[in-house]
Structure formats: structure tokens, C-alpha cells
Design a protein around this ligand. Structure first.
Ligand code: HEM
Length: 240
């Protein structure tokens, strides 16, 4: 072994064993769990549009603290502040992930050879998480910035954004990427921290959740498009 390869071996093992690396690992898991749980709640709240405009209206008013205002209307400022918080969590999550990206690319090349040989399900899951993570790096901030700069949400306001401002295109790409990334991520964290020994069972749950979440997301997206088509500009916000 020459000096160069000795050095690179040393750096490799040093980075693996350093307390920083263990900390970064924990930060990635904790921020990932937070974002995965947020996504599960987000897609359910947002797909209340499938129960009608009134249902979505009440969900939004509740989440924006409508019970604390005399008129019963919530405060879009709540959405703005929460969106800033989510952006910070996403940035933290991406920062620790990016740190490992070059090493992971090297592993990916090795894995490509390996994947054509044997069919290891967890390697495939890891590969898809890498690809969707890369896509999310560009798409997620666009959506979160929009919610910070334009936090007005409602059956008509959202439909205006989705249909008239063409956000449907962003959502159609973001939805499958984020759902696959988040569900594989939650699966891998559960396996990593030893929450279950039944990997095959957990993989099945993750797959069912992926199909279910993409389905309710797509149906909601179609609802917003249909509502948007009926609206003429400038729109008036929906009031029950
Ligand atoms: C706190 C920050 C966030 C807020 C307030 C928010 C709010 C919303 C709202 C109101 C919609 C419905 C359409 C609209 O009004 O434009 C929507 C759609 C969507 N959001 Fe978020 N969002 C946030 C963060 C995120 C994050 C971090 C992700 C994932 C990276 C995400 C993924 C999506 C997806 C995929 C859709 C489309 C869902 C569908 O197709 O039915 N959102 N979001």
C-alpha cells in the first residue's frame, strides 16, 4: 500500500469513527423523522379538499389558529412562520445529507455493478432515496418559499395557485419524489435503529403507504385543478 492510499484509508476510517459523523447521523435521522411525519400530516390535511371546499376551509382555519380570532378566521402569519421553521429543518437535513453525497456517489458506482449481480432490496431502496433526494434538493425549496412569501391558503386561493399560477406542474413532480423519499427514509431509520426485525413486512407497509399517499395527492391535485377551472380572475376567497 503506498502513502497516498494509506492516507485516504486513514481519512476514510477517521471520518467513519469521528463523533461528528455519529452526531451528523443522528441529526439526519431526527430531521428525517420530523419531515416524514410532517409529510404524512400535510398530505392528509391538504387532501381534505376531497371532502369538499367547506372541509378544506375548516381544516385551514383550524391550523391557522381560527379559534383565537374573534372572526373565526385564522392568521396566514402562522403558515408563514411554520414554513420558515420547516425550511430550516429541510436545510439542516440537506446539509448533513450533502456532506455524505460525494462518498455516496462512489458507493453508488460500486453498487451499480453489485446491483446487476444480486437483487438486494435494501440497496435498491437506498438508491431510490439518493435519486429522489437529489430531485427534492431543487423542488422542495420552491414550494416552501412560495408558502413563506404567499401563505394564503383556502379552497379558492389554493386552486388559484395550483391552476392559474401553474403550481400543478411543480406538485406533479414533487409529490412522487417526496413520498418515495420520505417513506423509504422512515423505513431505513426504523431498520437502522432496530425498531423491527421484520424487514419484509415493513417494506410492504412502506410500499402500501407510497401508493396510498400518491393516490390521495393526485386526486387532491385534480380537485384543485377542477375548482380552478371554474374560477374567473380575480378570484374571491371561499367563505362557507
Ligand atoms: C410548512 C410548510 C408548508 C406549507 C404551509 C404547505 C402547504 C401546502 C398547501 C396549502 C398545498 C395545497 C396547494 C396549495 O395551496 O398550493 C400544498 C401542496 C403540496 N405540498 Fe406543501 N406545504 C409545506 C411544506 C411542504 C413540504 C416540506 C413538502 C415536501 C417537500 C410539501 C409537499 C407538497 C406536495 C407534494 C403538495 C402537492 C400535494 C398534491 O398533489 O395533492 N409541502 N402544500
Amino acid at each position: 500500500m503506498n502513502v497516498k492510499s494509506l492516507q485516504s484509508h486513514h481519512t476514510h476510517y477517521a471520518s467513519l469513527g469521528s463523533p461528528w459523523s455519529a452526531k451528523a447521523d443522528k441529526v439526519q435521522s431526527i430531521t428525517g423523522i420530523l419531515l416524514g411525519c410532517f409529510l404524512l400530516a400535510h398530505l392528509h390535511f391538504e387532501s381534505s379538499i376531497l371532502l369538499g371546499k367547506e372541509a378544506f376551509y375548516h381544516v385551514v382555519q383550524f391550523l391557522e389558529g381560527g379559534m383565537f380570532s374573534s372572526t373565526g378566521h385564522g392568521f396566514p402569519m402562522v403558515t408563514k412562520l411554520f414554513s420558515i421553521f420547516i425550511l430550516i429543518v429541510v436545510m439542516l437535513h440537506a446539509l448533513v445529507a450533502l456532506r455524505r453525497f460525494p462518498a455516496q456517489l462512489g458507493q453508488w458506482r460500486a453498487l451499480r455493478r453489485h446491483m446487476s449481480g444480486i437483487n438486494h432490496k435494501d440497496s435498491h431502496a437506498w438508491f431510490w432515496q439518493l435519486v429522489t433526494g437529489f430531485i427534492l434538493f431543487f423542488l422542495a425549496p420552491v414550494h416552501i418559499f412560495t408558502m413563506i412569501t404567499n401563505p394564503e391558503i383556502g379552497p379558492h386561493l389554493s386552486a388559484e395557485r395550483v391552476y392559474h399560477a401553474n403550481a400543478w406542474l411543480l406538485y406533479a413532480l414533487l409529490l412522487p419524489a417526496v413520498v418515495i423519499h420520505a417513506m423509504i427514509g422512515l423505513y431505513r431509520v426504523a431498520v437502522k435503529w432496530g425498531l423491527t426485525a421484520n424487514r419484509a413486512g415493513l417494506r410492504k407497509v412502506a410500499k402500501v403507504l407510497i401508493v396510498y399517499l400518491i393516490s390521495i395527492g393526485l386526486l387532491s391535485l385534480i380537485s384543485y385543478i377542477l375548482i380552478g377551472r371554474e374560477l374567473s380572475l380575480p378570484i374571491t376567497p371561499f367563505v362557507p
